[in-house]
Design a protein around this ligand. Sequence first.
Ligand SMILES: Nc1ncnc2c1ncn2[C@@H]1O[C@H](COP(=O)(O)OP(=O)(O)OP(=O)(O)O)[C@@H](O)[C@H]1O
Length: 348
Amino acid sequence: MRRSFFTKTMTVEHQLADWRNQALTLENQVNQTVIGLNPLVRHLITAVFTRGHILLEGNVGVGKTTLLRALARGLGGQYQRIEGTIDLMPSDLIYYTYLDRNAKPCVDPGPLLTHGDQLSTFFFNEINRARPQVHSLLLRVMAERSVSAFNTEFQLPYVQVFADRNRVEREETFELPAAARDRFLMEIKIDPPNDDVLLDQLMFDPRYHDVDKLIENVEPGLIAHYQLNDIAQLIQQAVIASPALRKYALALWKATSNPQQFGINLADVDMPQLLHAGVSPRGMSYLIRAAKVRAWLQNRTALFPEDLQAVFPVIMMHRLFLNPSYAYRKDEILPQLVSGILNQIAAP
Ligand SMILES: Nc1ncnc2c1ncn2[C@@H]1O[C@H](COP(=O)(O)OP(=O)(O)OP(=O)(O)O)[C@@H](O)[C@H]1O
């Protein structure tokens, strides 16, 4: 039975408080399932309530599938996973063709169409192995939450895309274009826990060897996925930014295209030549939206600088494009630039 958190008698404050409890319970249960990934789980919960898509970057076997299956279980709706391969075609996401027992040709709905409005978590593993044609289809799904097939428009109103980009292998891979990366709310790196006790647990505790059993830590359908769009809107309306905070956000934005004007200088870098493009308006609106969700998770209706600062790196890093002469140093320069901006711009 579908539970409704939106009852006519509940005030907005009660609804927000009720949903925050649900969100924190889900976060807690996911943290008991995957270990040592708490900051990352907070980002994922923030993204769920911002209704944004996520690009994960990590090595194999670091718990990505476990994490997403745990999250999807708590969110309810349906979970779908697809593997990026070089021969994957856009149509493979939409339908399957096969011969049945009587050798009669048949067409069945593919991964995107099987679940329709029940689809809540779409995990695209190794997205950089898929060709640009597949990326284009995914972009449309991410931007419009719909897909056209068989002369019909299929709506996927609750879908949230989690794509994974393999960090190690670069052979036979296709880099995501800038437009594609801008559609992702956050780009998050996932690494094994940095703690010997947790690493020991991952090796020796059998709990972590059986994923099906492990994800039973999460209550199925804890969050009503079909109400997420509504609650996300409510959060955006409820959390307020002061004029000083708005000025601060504007300065952060300007610093992403002209860092030198704000006194940000990096070693061995000709600052006016560094950036090819600053952050897009979409990027900045994502920053504010995610920051508001963070404020709500912290039980506030006022947006604070610390909310922007907490999500700034995961939202900005993949939106800052370096000029070709610096691109090969991006792993060194981008984190320095992001922390330079946060350190240099005075918070109200
Ligand atoms: N931080 C973690 N917490 C709990 N289990 C983990 C963690 N990291 C890895 N594991 C365990 O390691 C195994 C592999 O995890 P999983 O399949 O989720 O990795 P993956 O990153 O999706 O791998 P691949 O890239 O090959 O698909 C599972 O048994 C999982 O429980």
